[in-house]
Design a binder for this molecule. Structure first.
Ligand SMILES: [Zn+2]
Length: 64
């Protein structure tokens, strides 16, 4: 997700320049989302591991 062309509604300058508090808040929020729009590769990997662990636990409970 790119915010390079995003224009601030408060100061009408590019958000990436961070000229006003609204710009800076938006810029920080967008940067926290990462390149995959909310999910970084690390977060995806963690999610996958948790999912596999949950399924393994579920299988263990069913067979026990
Ligand atoms: Zn602004």
């Amino acid at each position: 997700m790119t915010y390079d062309r995003l224009v601030c509604a408060n100061c009408a300058a590019p958000v990436s320049e961070g000229r006003c508090p609204v710009c800076r808040a938006n810029r920080e929020r967008l940067q926290q989302q990462g390149p995959l729009g909310g999910l970084s590769p690390t977060a995806l990997l963690t999610l996958l591991v948790v999912l596999i662990a949950a399924m393994a636990l579920l299988a263990a409970y069913r067979t026990a």
